[in-house]
Ligand binder design. Structure first.
Ligand SMILES: O=C(O)CCC(=O)C(=O)O
Ligand SMILES: [Fe+2]
Length: 679
């Protein structure tokens, strides 16, 4: 293992002295021993796994924290180690009032972004196993909001938290390979489902310090740093770390690092020498690096005791935890069950694309969403909010048209599958979908001629006043057609742009997926406007049954505030995808899944009918098609091995009983769509 060559306890201090010539701080071995003896166990911890060293203790948290609260100067989230509380000197520390550092989480964050992602590591780092995925269990999915903790700890963490840290860190395959015999500096970075990042660190540098001396760990920007996209904890030569504000400099550097550097080892940093003398864990949602030092001042408590300090800054049990400490390699292999069991759909902010500094973050989040989830929300999309509002306002009026008017444009009369479908005619897996809908499409000129395959008729004129015209009459719904076409035009542009982003996220050239589309005039994309009546009006709650979408991408606008859309995670649980205003829900179709060798997941989804007493739910999905004549099996793309590895790490999804587009592996795309239409 990478750390097997770590120095022994007996030579730690020698190594330290040798490597810290600038430091006036001298570690005192005697105090380390003293520290070990101080452990007590006030809470009933879950049993340690046999062989788990006793140093995975949280027992002295209560006393630790209360002592900690009384300390001058070091009242910072960065201070967790009980060791850090040992000041030299006998003067009683003045008591300071409790400082509530908790950010004001608002309720809307519950449906917020899930920014965790695959962690890319420094290729030269040997800390690969230092990243673990926090175990989630039923309770974790329902973690209370921070401000509603029944028994708030002074630092905002409840007794439950250390216990869960324990559960995570002492899981069967988290047993340290080496006995932990003494404490050491440790840092933790945690990321929750909503993208909140928090960092905490203990400091080993207190030994030998005089009262009032501040270590690097507690100085934000030096030993610790977080912003909205990255978090760092550093440990090592504290004086150097302090003097040049290492953490913030690495974070700034990270913002400018090109995506192409992913997986490479180059932290652009003035002093590689310095990096050699420190351990640094950096976490950007989507990627992170870790460096280790060649010297260690001793074993540690594996982040367990500092992780609770992140609690006030997270709104949920962390999805991922990253630690910097010598024994982190023992916390392996990571528990990927929280990835498998994603419990919300991430929100990606299109606005991140407008700056070179934040674009890589968007791409990294996108990569994660494609590979591990198959669904995402896109906030601030490039579709005029006013156009969305106008269209949404038409929707109830569209369905309120007289039955006669709707019947006049019914799909049954359209060879292009355009127009109106009444409630219950569509079926998924043999059962009626309890929805009523209109199918529309982007402009297209049909080029079918005698002798061409029938499936080429599937696309047809949607826009012209050619009879039969499958639009409602203009006088019945003035302005509707123009509004919808304006909307479709914008979503279509977005859909092509998104394909380029996906190509980039999966390591292809930005135009690496373009050849799946015919020239614009030969393409046709589809849209529907759908109404899901409440259970008062329909016999079952199957708004639409479990299914995959075909084609490449779906852009869904949820046009009312009703929940009902659900997606199936990798282990088969149904996860809610509630509406977020002015935000598209984007999901992967079976076609894109096929050409990306499963890297981009097509995820099964369904809609449940609104409850009794509810108004109807409305939605507007846009389905991005691909060229009709393509046989996807004939187009083999080459993906970088590091991207393919991410799919392996994801593992295989549980089998789902969803309507499929399984013919993509042999039939032309247009025929697959036709089969999807008629079966
Ligand atoms: O209406 C929705 O929210 C989803 C519709 C859908 O999944 C579909 O029509 O393929
Ligand atoms: Fe769908």
């Amino acid at each position: 293992m990478p750390f097997d060559d770590r120095p022994t306890e007996s030579n730690d201090s020698l190594t330290l002295l040798h490597l810290k010539p600038l430091s006036p701080i001298i570690e005192q071995a005697q105090l380390v021993g003293d520290q070990r003896d101080r452990r007590v166990s006030p809470v009933n911890l879950s049993p340690l796994t046999p062989g788990t060293p006793a140093s995975l203790d949280h027992g002295d948290h209560a006393s630790t924290y209360s002592t900690f609260l009384k300390r001058p100067l070091k009242r910072s989230i960065s201070q967790a180690s009980s060791r850090s509380l040992r000041t030299v000197g006998t003067d009683p520390a003045p008591t300071l009032p409790h400082l509530d550092l908790r950010p004001p989480f608002v309720a809307s964050h519950r449906a917020g972004p899930q920014l965790f992602s695959t962690v890319y590591e420094d290729a030269v780092s040997e800390c690969t196993d230092s990243f673990i995925t926090a175990r989630t269990d039923a309770a974790s999915d329902h973690s209370p909001e921070p401000n509603s903790d029944p028994d708030p700890h002074p630092f905002g963490c409840t007794v439950e938290w250390p216990l869960r840290v324990e559960a995570t860190m002492s899981a069967p395959n988290a047993v340290p390979a080496h006995p932990v015999t003494h404490l050491e500096t440790v840092g933790v970075i945690a990321l929750d489902m909503h993208g909140h990042l928090a960092a905490a660190g203990s400091t080993g540098g207190v030994l030998g310090k005089s009262v009032g001396c501040i270590g690097d760990t507690c100085v934000i920007g030096s030993g610790l740093y977080t912003d909205t996209v990255s978090a760092l904890v550093c440990s090592g030569a504290g004086d150097i770390i302090l003097s040049i504000a290492v953490a913030s400099r690495i974070a700034a550097d990270a913002h400018h690092e090109p995506l192409s550097a992913l997986g490479a080892s180059n932290l652009i940093f003035p002093s590689r020498e310095l990096l050699r003398t420190m351990r640094c864990a950096r976490y950007q949602p989507g990627w992170a690096r870790m460096c280790r030092v060649d010297w260690m001042i001793g074993p540690q408590h594996m982040g367990a005791s500092v992780l609770p300090l992140c609690r006030p800054f997270l709104s949920q049990w962390p999805l991922r935890i990253c630690t910097v400490s010598q024994y982190c390699h023992a916390i392996l292999p990571g528990h990927y069950d929280s990835v498998d069991n994603f419990s919300s759909v991430p929100v990606l902010d299109y606005a991140l694309l407008s700056s070179p500094a934040t674009r890589p973050t968007f791409i990294a989040h996108l990569r994660n969403a494609l590979i591990n989830i198959g669904f995402l929300y896109l906030s601030h999309p490039p579709v005029t909010p006013g156009d969305i509002d106008t269209l949404v306002a038409y929707v109830p009026r569209l369905f309120a048209l007289p039955q006669e008017s709707k019947g006049a444009i019914q799909m049954a009369n359209s060879q292009h599958f355009l127009g109106y479908s009444r409630l219950g005619v569509e079926r998924t897996k043999g059962a009626s979908d309890q929805r009523e809908q209109f199918d529309f499409a982007t402009p297209h000129v049909n080029v079918w001629k005698e002798g061409d395959p029938e499936f080429l008729k599937l696309w047809g004129p949607s826009q012209a006043s050619i009879m039969p015209n499958f639009w409602p009459k203009e006088e019945e719904l003035p302005g509707f057609k123009d509004t919808l076409l304006r909307y479709l035009d914008q979503v279509q542009k977005l859909s092509y742009e998104f394909i380029e982003l996906i190509a980039e996220a999966l390591g292809l050239s930005p135009h690496g997926l373009d050849h799946f589309f015919d020239p614009d005039e030969l393409m046709q994309h589809r849209a529907k406007i759908v109404k899901y009546p409440s259970l008062d009006e329909v016999p079952s709650d199957q708004g639409v049954g479990p299914h995959f979408d075909g084609g490449f991408l779906t852009f869904l606008y949820q046009a009312s505030s009703h929940p009902g859309l659900q997606v199936q995670n990798l282990s088969g649980q149904w996860i809610d995808v509630p509406p977020i205003p002015y935000t598209f829900v984007i999901n992967i179709g079976k076609g894109l899944e096929a050409v990306t060798q499963g890297l981009a997941r097509a995820t099964s989804h369904r809609v449940l009918s609104p409850a009794k007493g509810s108004t109807p739910r409305y939605s507007i999905p846009f389905f991005q098609n691909i060229g009709q004549n393509l046989r996807l099996s004939e187009s083999v793309l080459q993906f970088p091995p590091e991207v393919l590895k991410l799919k392996e790490e994801r593992g295989e999804p549980a089998t789902t009983a969803s309507a499929n587009f399984s013919e993509y592996d042999r039939e032309p795309s247009g025929l697959v769509q036709l089969i999807g239409r008629v079966k």
